[in-house]
Write a protein that binds this ligand. Structure first.
Ligand code: GP9
Ligand code: MN
Length: 634
């Protein structure tokens, strides 16, 4: 016994190794983290051990009898954090953030899709926990340590030195990693998921503080920027064409542009939406600009002409801010506003946000008859949803401003056999294979809805806008996507192009046109207000009218990628928009010298994009509209 003890490796070291191995396996094989070079491989490998050692080494400062308990519970908490991230990642290809965590109610609503994200072999991910738990109980006397003060300090210094080493490597790989706004994958890749969470908590606390300390002083600069951008209404010949008309806005869940006018097994995927192009304004280069708030982010963009936040859903984090949203503006013009969506009213904090931005009626799941026969996946099937909505629409006082949010084409894209009218795709991605069927279903549901609107007499006096809310197929399925699109691979350029979503403005009796200008969800608000003939020159938004000749030179995606007439910039790479050819790589994330800067045609636009995104964020973080009077703009 005495002999054995001398050779014992302390549990905090064992735990660091076991937990480190587990974390590495998750990073390397279960998350889909892109590794471009050897240094990234190295960082990804050492980080799990460094972080685990740092935390477990704290135990040497505890009394002997508390060390085992500390290690046990730390492993448990660490394992759960890692696992929750994994489940979340499987759905969103993203990592948890603090605001998303506080949307816990959403997780409960995930229903079937949550179950689809939990796999039985996941249980193996808790093996280290079982071993550590067992050792800590069984050998607690032998595996704990009683270091003298110097050795404790040494252990701590070692842990800090490792951490610093990791950070320096990360800094070499990604200069100014923490100062600049990178996407979450970069952070996790370089500093690990646990340090990333600490970083996220710090960020969130900062944004809370921002509101408290904000005053109106930042506003004049932003107002000036926005005004510089406003398009002269006289240049727009569609101003007022839909005056006093109703608005029926259909948010097409997860519909991406790549299915439009495309085929599968020789069949059109979306026959109705394809035909609808002929008598609508159809924007073929229209991008979604959403982030973690998904549908709610797209709603936010449409209602406010501002960007959603880089992390979390602005509907949640800043649902109580002051806004000057479309329903409020239209409310003052005598419009009644309503949203139809057969989900819980609290999902995405909609109940709070809708009330705040002046939406008069919210027909949520309570307004619908949902039975075992008419539901699938997330709830009521789209066809039943539209059918049951008509009576409420007819009862609304005119003119109305309404939004219908579809749901069937939502991950995991489940559909009953009898509702499928196109065969599945055949690839390694069940998700993509099924996607075509649910997209087709939504296409048919919208077709039926148009019929019902006509029968109900709601069609003639309305304009109908259809828009995809965000992507449905994440980059996790790129291999299958490449197979479908008959490409060798999906490049970073393709990835941006896949963020296009369909956008239609259908004005009965007005004809239509395919418009190729680059555009985004941010542009919907000024476009709609102009069509309705409402003066919005006093508004603060970052969009420009889709029909204006004088458009902004870029469409900013929320991660700082952008599309301009000539270029597409993403992940530090600048591409030719037409050809997809790579023009320049800024691999350090920074430009090295002036010459590079001159050569990099994307840089000046990238800077404008950053400025615009941060102006939008500043307004939201500081709740700056508190200090602005929209009725008497400066
Ligand atoms: C939930 C629905 C779908 O109510 O809007 O949400 P999503 O996951 O697409 O944001
Ligand atoms: Mn959605």
């Amino acid at each position: 016994m005495f002999q054995r003890k001398e050779y014992n490796v302390p549990l905090y070291v064992v735990a660091s190794i076991l937990f480190g191995i587990k974390t590495y396996i998750v990073y390397r094989f279960l998350f889909n983290i892109e590794l471009d070079n050897f240094l990234q491989e190295v960082i990804l490998f050492i980080n799990p051990f460094v972080s685990a050692f740092f935390v477990f080494a704290i135990s040497v400062w505890l009394k002997k009898q508390n060390q085992m308990k500390f290690i046990r519970y730390t492993t448990l908490i660490g394992s759960l954090i890692l696992y929750f991230n994994l489940v979340f990642y499987r759905n969103f290809t993203d990592f948890l953030t603090i605001p998303v965590l506080f949307q816990g109610s959403n997780a409960a609503d995930l229903g079937t899709s949550a179950l689809a994200l939990i796999h039985i072999p996941d249980i193996l991910l808790f093996c280290d926990l079982a071993v550590i738990w067992y050792l800590s109980k069984k050998y607690d006397g032998e595996l704990s340590v009683s270091y003298e003060k110097r050795k404790r300090a040494l252990t701590l210094s070692l842990a800090i030195a490792f951490l610093l080493g990791n950070y320096i490597l990360a800094e070499i790989e990604r200069p100014q990693l923490l100062q600049r706004t990178f996407d979450r994958e970069y952070l996790v890749k370089n500093i690990g998921i646990f340090n990333y969470h600490i970083y996220d908590i710090a960020q969130q606390s900062r944004s809370q503080a921002q509101r408290v300390f904000a005053d109106g002083n930042q506003l004049p600069e932003i107002v000036e920027y926005v005004k510089g951008d406003t398009v002269n209404q006289d240049e727009n010949n569609l101003f007022g064409v839909a005056e006093d008309k109703n608005v029926i806005f259909i948010s097409l869940e997860s519909v991406q542009s790549f299915v439009i006018n495309n085929t599968l097994h020789g069949e059109e995927i979306t026959p109705f939406l394809n035909d609808l192009i002929d008598d609508s304004y159809y924007f073929e280069n229209f991008y979604h600009q959403t982030e973690q708030g998904k549908t709610s982010d797209s709603e936010f963009l449409v209602e406010n002409g501002m960007y959603p936040l880089p992390s979390g859903a602005v509907y949640f984090t800043h649902g109580q801010n002051k806004y000057n949203a479309t329903p409020e503006i239209l409310g003052e013009e005598g419009y009644t506003s309503a949203v139809f969506h057969a989900n819980n009213e609290s999902f995405w904090n909609r109940d709070v946000m809708y009330e705040n931005i002046g939406i008069d009626h919210f027909y949520d799941v309570e307004s619908y008859q949902v039975t075992d026969e008419n539901k699938v996946g997330w709830g009521l099937k789209d066809k039943d949803f539209f059918e049951q909505s008509i009576k409420y629409l007819q009862a609304l006082e005119e003119p109305y401003y309404t939004r219908f949010i579809t749901l069937t084409n939502h991950y995991p894209f489940d559909l009953a056999e009898e509702d499928a009218t196109i065969a599945k795709f055949d690839s390694n991605s069940k998700t993509l294979n099924q996607y075509f069927q649910t997209v087709r279903y939504t296409d048919e549901a919208v077709e039926n809805f148009f019929e019902q609107l006509k029968i109900a007499g709601e069609y003639e006096d309305s304009i109908i806008v259809l828009m995809g809310d965000h992507y449905g197929i994440s980059d996790f399925h790129n291999k299958a996507m490449a197979q479908y699109l008959e490409k060798d691979e999906i490049t970073a350029y393709d990835q941006v192009q896949l963020q296009r979503v369909p956008m239609y403005i259908h004005i009965p009796g007005e004809g239509g046109k395919v418009i190729s200008n680059i555009a985004g969800q941010i542009d919907v608000k000024p476009t709609l207000l102009n069509l309705l003939g409402i003066d919005n020159s006093g508004d603060i938004n970052f969009g420009t009218d889709l029909f204006s000749a004088d458009k902004k030179e870029f469409v900013a995606l929320r991660d700082g990628s952008f599309v301009s007439d000539d270029y597409i910039y993403t992940k530090d790479q600048c591409f030719d928009r037409e050809t997809g050819e790579l023009i320049s790589i800024d691999s350090s994330g920074l430009l090295n010298n002036e010459e590079d800067e001159a050569n990099n045609v994307c840089t000046p636009i990238k800077e404008k994009v950053q400025t615009e995104l941060s102006y939008s964020d500043e307004i939201i973080y500081g709740d700056l509209f508190r200090f602005y009077d929209f009725n008497n703009p400066e």
